[in-house]
Structures are given as C-alpha cells and as structure tokens.
Write a protein that binds this ligand. Structure first.
Ligand code: SF4
Length: 694
C-alpha cells in the first residue's frame, strides 16, 4: 500500500469511516461524517483481523482443491440442470448484510432477473426486516427519515430494544457527548439492564414483547394530553382515528398498560409526559423491536406516535431504525430481500415488474416474491429447494433452530458457499469458493442514516480469493447470460445500480441515486460519502418527510392500527423461562473475524447464561456454575452469570459463540423459528426454555 486509504468499517450499521495506513495500522477517519474520527473496540482492532493464516484460499469441490474454472462451471451446470428439471424456484441464494452493494446487486439481478425466482433472501431478515415492513406500511417505502445529527439535536432520545452502547458504540458516543453538552434526556425501553440503560434518565424494564401496548398507550396519552398535531396530521397523514380507536382498545389506561408491560404506572406516566411535552424527540429502535413475532406492529406503534405529533424529518425529531449490519440498508436498496424487486421497486406495484424487466432486458424476471429466510431453509429441508448458494454468512450457526437448518444443508443436493473463513456452513457445502474480504475489494455500503460510503481495497486478497460480484457474474455468464453480466469492475456495477434507481422514477420512488449514475471510474474511486436520495439534477440527502411528500399514492403517511399480542410462544410448566439473545460489545456475529483477535476476547471471553438473583436462588445455581438450558428445539450447557440487570423469569445468552469458538455451541440450537407474519423476521428474543443445574 503506497498511501493511506479511506474506507469504511465492515461491522455495524453506524458505518464509520476508517483510514488504512501504510504502516498497517487502522484509525478512524476524522473527515467521515458518521464517526468524525472515532472508532469502537471492534473497529480499532480491524488491523488484527488481517491475518491470512486461516483463510479459504482456493475453490474446493467435494473436499478437493479445484480451479476457479472447474468450480464455476460446475455451479453453473448444476444450477442449469436443476432449473431444467425442477423450475427456477428450486434454486435459492442466501446472502448477507456483509455483502457490498455491488455484490448484492449482481446476486439479485441473477436470481430475480435471469434465474427467474424471487428466492434470494439475506441474513438481514434476522436483523431489520420488521423495520422495513413497518416503514413500507407507514411511509409507502423503506425509508429512514432522519440523520445522525438528530440524536445530537434532540432533547429526548427514546431507545427501544437497543443496547446502543454495545451495538452501535460510536453513535452512542455521539449521543453521550450531546447529552453532556445539552442535557438530553434518555429513556431506555429494554427488558434487560444494559450498558445503555445504566446511564439513562429512565429505564423501562418492559416485559418481553409488550412494546405495542406501551406505544399504543402513548398514543392514547398524546390524544388525552392534546399533544397530537392535528394540523400536521390533517395535511400529511391518514388513518389516525382508526389507529387511536385500536390503541384505546389495546391500551385503555395506565393500569392496563402497567399490567401488560410489567412497569409501574408512575414510570409509564413519566415517560408519557416527557414524550408529550418534548418537541425534539427521537425514538431509536433496533433488534429488540425487530426480532419479534410482532415486530412490524411494534415498529408501526412507534411510528404512529411520531406521525401523531408531526415529529418526523425535522432537526432533532423522528423515528430512527438503526441497522445491525454494515450494509443492511444497501442490500435493501438493490432488492436483497425476497419480497423486494430492485431499487425500491415492488412486486405488487403496477408497472414496476415491467420496468425492471425492460431495464434488465430480462424476459424471465421473477413475478412473485420468494422465500424469506426461515421459509427458505424449511424449503431446503423439505426438498423443494434443491440448489443453494450461501454468500458471506453462516446460517449453520446463526439461524433459529439450527439443528433443522444443519439437517437441511446436509441433505440438500447442491450447496455452494462463498466466504473468507471456514465455518460450520462451509463444512456442509459441496462447493466452497474463497471470497475476498474487507480491505481486499472495492464497493459501497449504506449505513443507518442512508449514507453511502466506499469500501476500498488496500491489500491483496490471499491465495485465489475473489470478490463475490465477480463469482456471481462468472456463474451468470456460464449459465448463458453473458450480455447482462458483462461488467469488468464494481464501478460498472454501481453505475448500473444508480441508473436503475432513476429509471422512469419521476420522483415517485424515494431511493434515487441517479446523480451518481454517470460516475467515471475515477469519480467512483474518489466518491465521498453521500446520503440518498441523490436524484439527477436535484439536491438531496437531507432529512425526509418534514413536509409530507410520502412515497404513497396520495403523498400521505398511514397510521397503522396495532393491537398488542404476546410473544408467539409463552413459558409453561415444562419450559418456564423466556430466553433472550443479543450481542456482546466486542464480538461480531458468529465471530469468524472478531473471535480471532485475542484482545477482543478479554471483554467477554466465553458465553454465559445470565439469570436474575431470584432465579439463581430458585434454581440453586451459583455464579459460574454450569447450567443446562433446554428448549423444545435443543439444549446447551453454559456457565451462569447472576445479575440484577436480568428480570426474574428470563435468561439472556449472547448470540456469537459457535461450535468453533466454545463448547456450548450456537444459541440458535435453542431458539424458536416463530416469525412475524408480515416481515417474516424470526422471534430471536423470546423462546421458552428450562434451566437446571448440571
Ligand atoms: Fe465499526 Fe460500528 Fe464500531 Fe463504527 S461503531 S467502528 S461501524 S463496529
């Protein structure tokens, strides 16, 4: 490397700018608007992950090293044969929020455009699909209205189901700095006490799954307190009366909300009063909201309160979904979810199918949504999906009910996995393709505030590793689609993606980056981070919806009536506790990268099962004692951690550890695969379990 290279952290959705320096060190980019030079512990340790010793270096077919030509020819041939024998829906791709937008674009184009199936879904389904569905119901499109500065300009920040201090540390640091400067109040709504709730002005340790009741009750309170901005609502939204009526049914008074949420009427009343009387309010929501069988309703219950007060898209105001992965939003932009088309176009909107078909010159374009993640692996298990390509993700450890997923993979006739490191998923593949990783390839990612940033190459990929977009395009060419996959660089892929975003748009679709469609290779290389939209010939990139103009047919947002319902599966005599799962500060996903950095293991070196002191007494377990957790789906043995931060009757286990990194194996072996009926997102935070001393 000749000079410092500006790139972007590959971990979370904050999307911090990073400087890769010639001496091999990594530091925060002071010029990047997302982090202004800050990095968290994971980002600071990135240089220590650049170790090739355990990387996948060569294509492998049935356990034997193969040439790229042989491996790619085999993949193309098996896909062609499977389609010929069983139709396009017998093929599926399962991709990742770790993919760059260019990788995602090529995967989506190949599957939906040319294989002709909607069967491409992503591990982002496990992360923020409920926010996507909630946004579409309320706004007409999957749009996050606000920007990071709003957290600094707010007077009240409500964090719902978000341990921001550990999961989005740099954004949390920005919020904390703003609190010191202006005294911002923070409310945390989370069943657990966390590093985030420790410093909050109010921690609402809500019962799992009760968020709809809390926010329906808030809507009722806003009405009673005359805090609804009726002029704004009349001009920019519809459906308030129906939403209010449902809210009054499901959360008629404080006593009822208290009984559902497990909170005291006094603490609920304090939260409601702060929200009602604070104009500059931001509500941040994350996996605690999304990873629920009622996740979409939870999102809409929150959005209803911001629409009712007209607090959206103005400085220091708005609902704000923060995404877990570095490119969850970029994947959504290109159609990486099975129910999306491309560039925010939809299967169910007149004209969109024809538009994409003509743009891609793809007569076999899929005409209906494909299988969402949980359904997809069930279809593999049942033999309906017969060939699967998994890209940059490890579902053998990260999916709920992993035993079923592993059975599905081990019986699937043809499994391709492209990744950087060996995982429990590559172990089940017929073909393993070595992928270029962070710092070894070029592309873009979009963070939680719609900011597109470049990831840049600054080192050679090890062995024969290649970028995912290249592998996908090579397979497409070998399947007979050479003309449509003729790019020679990620810059060319990006130009096509940007052009499609503006194709026959006319301002009707929020996602429009056509101003970037004519970028030369040099301009793409030098691209400064930009927030979308960036339509050709117009300014963009600021907050959205302050003055309405929602991307619905009538330009108005929709209130969505929401009724509280409990988690899909409740504790009973056999499984009397509820299992919650989540992140640790210094680990990432199934630890394929962070688990190899010794200093990141010093924060939390092994998984534990966290219990309340009351449950520890009841179970007769001491701190550090071995405990067996059983659910209807499997069991795991972990060491007990006893903490008053845990509500009685609930147990928390980190999501990261796998068979590779600890004997307890993935927590997914315990977790139920119940899903939200609208978003398809699995309920990763509420599985009935039994705990017993070992
Ligand atoms: Fe990377 Fe997220 Fe940490 Fe920023 S906050 S350095 S994007 S992990």
């Amino acid at each position: 490397m000749n000079g410092t290279v500006r790139t972007t952290c590959p971990y979370c959705g904050v999307g911090c700018g990073v400087l890769a320096q010639p001496d091999g060190t990594i530091k925060g980019d002071p010029a990047h608007p997302a982090n202004r030079g800050r990095l968290c512990s994971k980002g600071s340790a990135l240089a220590e992950t650049l170790d090739d010793s355990e990387r996948l270096l060569h294509p492998v077919v049935e356990g034997t090293r193969a040439s790229w030509d042989a491996a790619l020819n085999l993949v193309a041939m098996r896909f062609r044969e499977t389609i010929a024998a069983h139709g396009p829906d017998s093929i599926a791709f399962y991709v990742s929020g770790q993919c760059l937008t260019e990788d995602y674009y090529v995967a989506n184009k190949l599957m939906k455009g040319f294989i002709g199936s909607g069967n491409i879904d992503t591990n982002s389904r496990l992360c923020m699909a409920s926010s996507v569905a909630g946004h579409i119901r309320a706004f007409g499109a999957d749009v996050v209205p606000g920007v990071y500065e709003d957290l600094e300009e707010a007077e009240l920040v409500v964090l719902v189901g978000s341990n921001l201090a550990w999961c989005h540390p740099v954004l949390h640091a920005r919020l904390q700095a703003a609190r010191s400067a202006r005294g911002t109040r923070v409310v945390v709504v989370d069943p657990r006490g966390t590093a985030t709730s420790e410093s909050a002005d109010l921690h609402l340790a809500i019962a799992p799954g009760a968020d709809v009741a809390l926010f329906a009750g808030l809507l009722v309170h806003l009405d009673a307190a005359a805090a609804i901005d009726r002029a704004w609502v009349a001009a920019h939204a519809t459906g308030l009366d129906e939403a209010l009526s449902m809210a009054q049914e499901t959360a008629p008074d404080l006593a009822h909300v208290a009984s559902v949420t497990g909170l005291s009427p006094a603490e609920i009343a304090r939260f409601y009063e702060w929200f009602a009387t604070t104009e500059r309010t931001v509500t941040v929501y994350s996996q605690g909201v999304n990873q629920s069988s009622a996740g979409t309703d939870k999102v809409n219950a929150i959005l209803n309160c911001h629409l009712a007060t007209g607090r959206i898209g103005r400085p220091g105001m708005g609902p704000f979904s923060v995404t877990g992965q570095p490119n969850a939003m970029g994947g959504r932009e290109v159609g990486g979810l099975a129910n999306q088309l491309a560039a925010h176009m939809r299967f169910d909107r007149p004209g969109d199918l024809d538009r994409v078909r003509r743009f891609w010159n793809a007569p076999t374009l899929a005409t209906h949504p494909g299988l969402k993640a949980v359904e997809l692996f069930e279809a593999v298990r049942e033999g309906r999906v017969k060939a699967l390509w998994i890209i940059a993700t490890n579902p053998a450890d990260s999916m709920p009910q992993v035993a079923r997923v592993r059975r599905a993979l081990s019986t699937c006739p043809f499994v391709v996995v492209s990744d950087c490191w060996p995982t429990d998923t590559t172990a089940l593949a017929h073909v393993v393709l070595p992928a270029a990783g962070w710092g070894e390839k070029d592309g873009t990612v979009t963070n939680s505030e719609r900011r597109i940033s470049r990831q840049r190459r600054f080192r050679e990929p090890p062995g024969e590793a290649r970028p995912d977009w290249w592998m996908l395009a090579e397979v497409a060419r070998r399947m007979g689609f050479a003309d449509a996959f003729a790019w020679n660089s990620p810059a060319a892929v990006f130009r096509e993606h940007a052009t499609l975003s503006g194709f026959e748009n006319g301002g009707t679709r929020s996602f429009d980056i056509s101003a970037l469609a004519a970028s030369t290779d040099a301009e793409y290389e030098a691209l400064e981070s930009v927030r979308w939209p960036r339509p050709a010939g117009a300014a963009g990139g600021d907050r959205l919806f302050a003055h309405g103009n929602f991307p619905t047919a009538d330009g108005r947002a929709r209130f969505v009536p929401t009724r509280w319902r409990p988690p899909a599966r409740l504790p009973d005599a056999t499984f009397p506790m509820l299992l919650n799962t989540g992140r640790m500060r210094d680990q990432w996903h199934t630890m394929t990268r962070t688990g190899r950095v010794p200093r990141l293991m010093t924060h939390v070196g092994a998984p534990t099962a966290a219990f309340s002191p009351q449950d520890a007494v009841r179970l007769d377990v001491a701190e550090g004692a071995l405990v067996r957790l059983r659910s209807p789906h499997g069991e795991a043995v972990l060491r007990a951690a006893i903490t008053p931060a845990q509500r009685p009757g609930e147990v928390f286990v980190p999501m990261h550890w796998t068979d590779t990194f600890a004997g307890s194996g993935p927590v997914g072996r315990l977790v139920s695969a119940a899903t939200d009926p609208i978003s398809g997102q699995p309920e990763l935070k509420a599985t009935p379990v039994r705990a017993e001393p070992v």
